[in-house]
Design a protein around this ligand. Structure first.
Ligand SMILES: Cc1cc2nc3c(=O)[nH]c(=O)nc-3n(C[C@H](O)[C@H](O)[C@H](O)COP(=O)(O)OP(=O)(O)OC[C@H]3O[C@@H](n4cnc5c(N)ncnc54)[C@H](O)[C@@H]3O)c2cc1C
Length: 323
């Protein structure tokens, strides 16, 4: 039997949606190889046993005072120990800031092959096949593994959390593990001002480009975002012009996002911007130039002045959401 271990993530003491998404996909894969899905959490999470409804059988809650703040070295050590004990054949994590830091190091420690930043996973002939965009999203490749342990990280919003056993509870296994002598410590975490999900996890994004003309004009995007529960992003031209901070930048040298809906306002659609958002499920482009390249990638296009269209959309969404 071949088990699948999901490296879970916590936020505000709860299991994050990205982990529910991945657990659901893992349950589907486990059905094809006849194994069970296990989740490893660093720290205790409220309601972790509810992962059972997504098909998870066991949740390992690894606790250590030294890991109350995320620490790469210590987390790799305790997870490598867990893998040695549980011997999963597949390990999955999220292509989040934590996953991007943790998973390559864990893969090296385990001498496992890792396909990072994937958008789909499947089982073919009993082995994992991971689908990932390459060359800034211009091509898609299926990755197969030659190593005994197969590892992959997937972009948030790649899968929909599926309740397969309503009310089922996963078995909780508390593990106290020693992360060893830590050479680097996080002394302070400065949180961003926004209470919205980070761009990398957001399921709806409204982004503004150079056409926003000034930082204060982002107010109209924030108003729209508030109504539809979106996070606000920006193109590099908007960031370089000082209209938005760098942590809002989407693209090759910004964040790679994968929302269900991406609304681009006054963004031309340069290849470096597309590199960060082209896997969005639905793309809406608002641009006054009908020849803007983003229209060739968009599912819906609105030709016109964003300063007229965005407030109209906000008004209409307000009405729809109130219904
Ligand atoms: C190495 C490298 C890395 C890069 N990394 C990134 C990256 O990570 N992210 C990124 O975004 N870019 C990146 N770029 C920059 C990229 O090439 C583009 O310059 C940038 O994406 C352009 O941003 P923009 O679409 O906002 O601006 P522009 O290309 O200037 O487009 C502005 C658009 O707004 C439209 N417009 C103007 N006024 C209005 C209005 N009132 N209403 C509606 N539409 C209007 C115009 O028709 C135009 O299409 C990178 C470039 C390089 C070389």
């Amino acid at each position: 039997m071949s088990n699948i271990l999901v490296i879970g993530e916590l936020g505000g003491g709860k299991v994050k949606k990205v982990t529910q998404e991945l657990a659901s996909k893992a349950a589907e894969l486990a059905g094809k190889i006849g194994g069970e899905v296990q989740v490893a959490l660093i720290g205790n999470a409220q309601g972790a046993e509810e992962l059972g409804s997504f098909g998870v059988k066991k949740v390992f809650q690894i606790t250590s005072q030294k890991l109350e703040q995320y620490n790469t070295e210590g987390t790799v050590k305790v997870l490598a120990e867990l893998v040695a004990e549980q011997k999963p054949s597949i390990i999955l994590g999220t292509a989040s800031p934590m996953g991007r830091d943790l998973l390559p190091r864990l893969a090296t420690r385990l001498e496992a092959g890792l396909a990072s930043d994937c958008t789909n996973l499947d089982i073919v002939d009993g082995k994992l096949v991971a689908t990932r965009p390459i060359y800034s999203g211009k091509a898609i490749v299926d990755v197969k593994f030659e190593t005994a342990i197969q590892m992959a990280s997937t972009r948030p919003n790649s899968f929909v959390p599926q309740v397969v056993a309503a009310g089922a509870k996963a078995e909780l296994v508390a593990l106290a593990k020693d992360p060893g002598e830590l050479r680097a410590l996080i002394k302070e975490v400065l949180k961003g001002k926004s209470d919205k999900p980070d761009l990398t996890e957001a399921s709806i994004i409204v982004s503004g480009g150079r056409a926003m003309k000034a930082a204060e004009n982002f107010k109209i995007l924030l108003e729209l975002a508030d109504v539809i529960g979106a996070t606000v992003g920006a193109s590099r031209a908007a960031v370089d012009s000082g209209y938005a901070p760098h942590d809002m930048q989407v693209g090759q040298t910004g964040k790679v996002v994968n929302p269900n809906l991406y609304i681009a306002c006054g963004i031309s659609g340069a290849i470096q911007h597309l590199a960060g958002m082209r896997t969005s499920k639905v793309i809406v482009a608002i641009n006054k130039d009908p020849e803007a390249p983003l229209f060739t990638k968009a599912d819906y296009g609105i030709v016109g002045d964003l300063f007229q269209i965005v407030p109209l959309l906000t008004q209409e969404f307000k009405k729809v959401m109130a219904e």
